[in-house]
Design a protein around this ligand. Sequence first.
Ligand SMILES: [Zn+2]
Length: 243
Amino acid sequence: MIINRYILPILLAFLLGACSHNPLASWVPSGNFNKRQAVVIVVHSTEQKSVKASLDTLRSRNAQGKVSAHYLIGRDGKIYQLVSEKRRAWHAGGGSWGNITDLNSASIGIELDNDGASDFPHSQIDALVVLLGDLCDRLDIPRRQVIAHADLAPTRKTDPGARFPWRTLAQAGFGRWPTPEALAVEPAPGFDPWLALRALGYRLDDRQAALRAFRLHFRGIDDAQSPMAPEDERVLNALMQQP
Ligand SMILES: [Zn+2]
C-alpha cells in the first residue's frame, strides 16, 4: 500500500486547508462572528514617472523602507494586484481616520500611476471605479469609506492631490461629496466647522494640516496657509447634512 503513504498526507493537508481548524483543538463551531476585514479604501498617487518605476518601488527594498499597496492602476487603466486582499499591505503609514489608528490593518490601498503634476486620465478613473465597485461588493466595504492618503495623514501626505476627481468618484457612488442642495444651505449660527472636520474623520492635532487635506479633497485646491474660510464652512456644513 505504498500509494497511501503519499496520498494520505496530501489528503490531510487538503482537508485541513479547506477547514483551517487548528488540529490541536476540538472544532465546536459558533455562528457568532463576522469577517475580519478592511473597512476603508485608501487612494494614493504614486508621484513617480511610470508604472514600471512604481512596480519596482512597491516590490523592492527602498532607502526609506519597504512599501507596498494591494493595487496599482496605470494611466491606461490596467490594474495590477501586488498584495492579497487578505494581507496587510504597507501603504498608509502613521495616521488616523475617525477612530481607526492602524490604517494598514483596516484598509485596502490603491496606488494610481501619476507624477503628482498631471491630470488623471478617464481610462484610469474608469478602471478605479470598476475596481472600487468590485471591492466594496465582495469585501462589504461601505462605499463612502473611500478616502485620500492625505485625509488620514495630513501632516505627511498630500496625495492623490488636488487634481484627483473626487466629484466623478462620488457620481459613481464612492466617497463623500456635498450635494448642490446641501451647499445652498447657510450654516446655522454656532456651527463649529472644526467639530465637523473631526466628525468626518480628520485628526485635529494639527488643524491647519487637516484643513489643507480637507481642501485638497473637497475643494480641489492646495491651500496650506489660509484660515478656515466661509467656503470651507459651507462645504463642511453640507457634508454634515448628508448621511
Ligand atoms: Zn500615498
